[in-house]
Design a protein around this ligand. Structure first.
Ligand SMILES: O=C(O)[C@H](O)[C@@H](O)[C@H](O)[C@H](O)COP(=O)(O)O
Length: 255
């Protein structure tokens, strides 16, 4: 199914359009399953999301279950942490119960990056998967968690989550969460949802802003090559949205 492309002139208007979708998906999920499962990403996304979302009053925050589509393996109070970014932009301003915000286990993160071993990274992944299992296993008798909504960014190279062009993780077909230690974008050690998890979601929405995304958006949305990670995001039973500001969308012919 073709993606829905939403373009808006300004970040403020884009935020309102994105948040309308978030609030609607949250309402539908809570009506159907009494909870709303959402995956967030880093980059500019938390700010675009929070601009309008933090002032909305029609949200049942205590029914949210929040995960991170990818996370850098740094302490949660590090400036590199996607959690810290989301906390400053959103969590500090809305009453999501802290136990419903699922972070990597800070106690497992070595203070010294040289202390990382295969065992440590596996422990971090096992812990994160356990949190996913606790939330999803009771309602989804399926092989993969089915998120209500995943919010993703893209890099100028076409990466999304911590899935980078040409990386072997693009072929992962059974893991839920994978470890990457050679991310071309620093910091190098991260965990990421795999493509099967992303593609099992009910709804996936990309958010991209600024002129720096024009060329990669043309490649992703208007060229046939299927080798960029963002092009491999195709929810098997769900809907796919692209939320773009006019600057990012300027070179698209199909907008
Ligand atoms: O962990 C990361 O390095 C970021 O989360 C990254 O994947 C980001 O989401 C994209 O690069 C888009 O970033 P912008 O929205 O800031 O362009």
């Amino acid at each position: 199914m073709a993606p829905h492309i939403v373009t808006k002139p300004t970040i403020d208007e884009l935020s309102i359009a994105l948040v309308d979708l978030v609030v609607e998906e949250s309402r539908k999920a809570i009506n159907a399953r009494d909870r709303f499962t959402i995956g967030l990403s880093g980059g500019s996304l938390p700010k675009v999301l929070a601009t309008d979302l933090k002032d909305r009053e029609d949200v049942e925050w205590d029914k949210w279950q929040v995960f991170f589509c990818d996370e850098r393996l740094v302490p949660l109070d590090s400036e590199d942490s996607n959690y810290l970014l989301c906390k400053r932009e959103l969590f500090d301003h809305v009453p999501i119960p802290p136990e419903r915000i699922h972070t990597i286990n800070n106690e497992l993160i070595p203070k010294d990056q040289d202390a990382f071993t295969e065992e440590v990274s596996q422990e971090i992944i096992d812990d994160y998967e356990k949190q996913l299992i606790e939330v999803f296993a009771c309602v989804n008798a399926v092989k993969f968690p089915v998120f209500d909504l995943l919010l993703l960014g893209i890099g100028p190279d076409g990466h999304t989550c911590s899935l980078f062009p040409g990386h072997s993780l693009l072929d992962e077909s059974s893991l839920w969460v994978a470890y990457i230690e050679d991310s071309p974008k620093p910091p190098p050690r991260r965990i990421t949802f795999t493509l099967p998890v992303i593609n099992h979601a009910h709804t996936v929405a990309f958010v991209a802003t600024g002129a720096g995304k024009q060329d990669v958006l043309c490649k992703i949305l208007e060229e046939d090559g299927k080798d960029l990670p963002a092009q491999l995001v195709k929810p098997s039973h769900g809907r796919l949205y692209w939320f773009l500001d006019d600057k990012a969308a300027a070179k698209l012919t199909s907008k």
